[in-house]
Every structure is written in C-alpha cells, then in structure tokens.
Design a protein around this ligand. Structure first.
Ligand code: ADE
Ligand code: ZN
Length: 342
C-alpha cells in the first residue's frame, strides 16, 4: 500500500539550518497578543504593511511588547521549540541585546549572558545547536556599530557574527568598514542585509567596503549577471527569504523569484523565513513554496538545505551530522515520499 503524506509534512522532516531569522519576527502571534494585553500596549497589527518601512514599524511594535526579562525568556524558549519542530538542527537567529539592556536597566554583558543562557538551555532541551548574530540597525552611527563589533568579539562564545538590518543605505558603506574588519579579524561572520531595497551598484559598493561572508537577501543582485558571477566566484552566500520578498514587494510573486537565476550563476543560496510570524510563513513553508511555485524537486530542496549546512557558523560536529542526515532524508525510500502531494 502506498501511503501519501502532504509534502509539508515530509519537508518538515528535512534536517535544516536556519540562517536568516529575526528573533522578534518569529515570536508566536498568541504570545505577542498576550504580552500586549498584559502590558496594556497596542497589539501589533501583524499583517498591516505593504513595504519594508511599514513592516519595520510593525516589527518595532512587536519588540515593544517584550517588556520584561520573563517575556524575552519565553520568546527565546518558544523560538527554539518552534525551530526544532520545523526540523531545524542549527539555528542562527539575529538578536540585539542593546535594546533589552536599556529596557531592563541591565548592563549589555549581563543582558547578553541572559539571552545566551536562555538560548543554550533551550537548545540543549531540544537537542539542536543555536548560535546567533548580534543584530544592529544600519541607522546606528558608525562609531556605535564599531563599539558593537568590539562587544561582539569580546563576548564571542556563541556569537556567530554581526548582522546589519533595517533599511539598507544606498552608499557610504566605508563608514562601516572598521566594524566589519574587527569582526572578520576575530573569525566571526559579517552578514549585512543588502539587495533587498537597493540594486547591484549598492551591493557592489557594500561588498568592496565590508567583504561580507554572507548577505541577508541579496536578491536584487539578480538584475546584474556579472554581479551574480562575482558572488559565485567569491562564494558570498545569499540567505534568501522568498515569502518576505513577495510580502515586502521586492518581487512580484513567487513564480518570478530570482532564486533559480541566482543558482544558475552558481551563487550559494540558502532558504530562510526572515520573520516567520509577521510574514505568515515557516521555514518548512519556504521549502514547500520553492518546491511548488518554482518546481524544485526534493533533490534540489535537499541541495539548498545542504548549502545552509555547509556555510553556517555551526560546529563541525553539527555540520557533519546535519549533512549526513540530509543525505539520509533524500535516500529514504519510504512510500510516503514517493507519493507525497503538494
Ligand atoms: N528586520 C527584520 N526583518 C527585516 C528585513 N526583511 N529587512 C531588513 N530589516 C529587517
Ligand atoms: Zn532579515
């Protein structure tokens, strides 16, 4: 007898690494509503946006309701549990301790120790690995970002690198060069958001100034085939988020997403959910969408999962286990796989 399972069920079992996800954008909607109620704050309208600036306003409202250390602890614990349920074995969320240090009246090192302790305890409970990017907003002054970079390298135990998020600038990336150099010199990752709202010229300028290891998004690079070739040649990985790109009007629909073009040029691409709750998606859904809308086979989806497993800041032990479990997933000849439906 052939038993069929939904493709989403099958894809949830694909072992994954998740490299582009913002902690607060992944907080459960029910939890956010509960916190808003408890603190008598407006409940963030989680679908109320049409572009990046409107979205970022909504994102800020979500961070506002995470008002106490207990709130933050719960968001982190639920995040790790949800990642594990999606088949994630290595998660690298972006989180900034500075906001919470101000809010709780704690020092930044104490706040990071609290965040780290909570992540690591939850990671042990769910048997996954979690490291994180310390996230700073592009709008912060360059000196401040340089201090953040020094902080990151000083407290680097489970810090994978520095992430730059928010509205990417069009130019002037040299002012962030020193921060990026500090991160690189200590073997951490430089992961800026680029190519989401700005095009090839800006992406090129940023690459020259920052020499990033990975780029969050990078999809607008697809407008310039030579830039795609350069990304491939220098193995600058693009952590792509298809649903986010559609919801934030970066691409018109999933079917015309530039991901296949990027792959044809040899760019290393990983699949991610960005802000799963706010964008009404999950990491498994992203794999499913790419399977359905872009016609990717299980083999091609497993290749994307393997790319994420090859490029992240995880330990060698996690990488080896992840890559071999992806191979096992693909080789699994259970009838459910053959008969799965979209
Ligand atoms: N912060 C959270 N999600 C983001 C996105 N997609 N782009 C820039 N900054 C973000
Ligand atoms: Zn992002």
């Amino acid at each position: 007898m052939t038993v069929t399972v939904e493709r989403s069920t099958w894809l949830a079992t694909l072992p994954k690494a998740h490299l582009h996800v913002h902690l607060e954008g992944a907080a459960r909607a029910t939890t956010i509503a509960e916190f808003a109620n408890r603190h008598r704050l407006p409940t963030p309208g989680v679908a109320d946006f049409n572009d990046l600036p409107e979205f970022l306003d909504c994102f800020r409202q979500v961070t506002d309701v995470i008002a106490t250390p207990e709130d933050l602890q719960r968001v982190i614990c639920e995040f790790v549990a949800d990642e594990a349920a999606e088949g994630v074995r290595y998660s690298e969320p972006m989180v900034g301790p500075w906001l919470y240090a101000d809010r709780f009246g704690w020092s930044v090192p104490d706040t990071l120790a609290f965040i780290d302790g909570t992540f690591q305890q939850a990671a042990r409970r769910h048997d996954i690995e979690v490291r994180y990017l310390l996230g700073v907003n592009w709008a912060r002054p360059p000196d401040w970002i340089e201090q953040a970079a020094r902080f990151a390298v000083k407290h680097a135990r489970n810090v994978a690198g520095l992430g730059l998020a928010g509205v990417e600038p069009a130019d002037g990336f040299e002012r962030y060069s020193r921060a990026a150099a500090i991160i690189r010199a200590h073997g951490l990752l430089v992961v800026p958001h680029l190519g989401e709202t700005q095009g090839p010229q800006s992406i090129r300028a940023a690459i020259t100034a920052l020499r990033p290891h990975r780029i969050a998004h990078g999809v607008r690079a697809a407008a310039d085939p030579r830039l795609l070739d350069e990304l491939a040649e220098h193995r600058i990985v693009c952590d792509v988020c298809p649903t986010s790109n559609v919801r934030l009007a970066v691409t018109s629909d999933l079917a015309s997403h530039p991901l296949p073009r990027m792959l044809r040029h040899g760019v290393a691409v990983t699949l991610n959910a960005d802000d799963p709750t706010l964008l009404d998606t999950t990491l498994t859904s992203e794999y499913q969408h790419v399977g359905n809308a872009l016609g990717f086979t299980d083999h091609q989806l497993a290749d994307l999962a393997a790319e994420a497993a090859s490029t992240a800041g995880m330990t060698e032990a996690t990488r080896t286990a992840l890559l071999s479990s992806i191979r096992r997933w693909l080789a699994d000849d259970q009838p459910a796989k053959e008969g799965h439906r979209g």
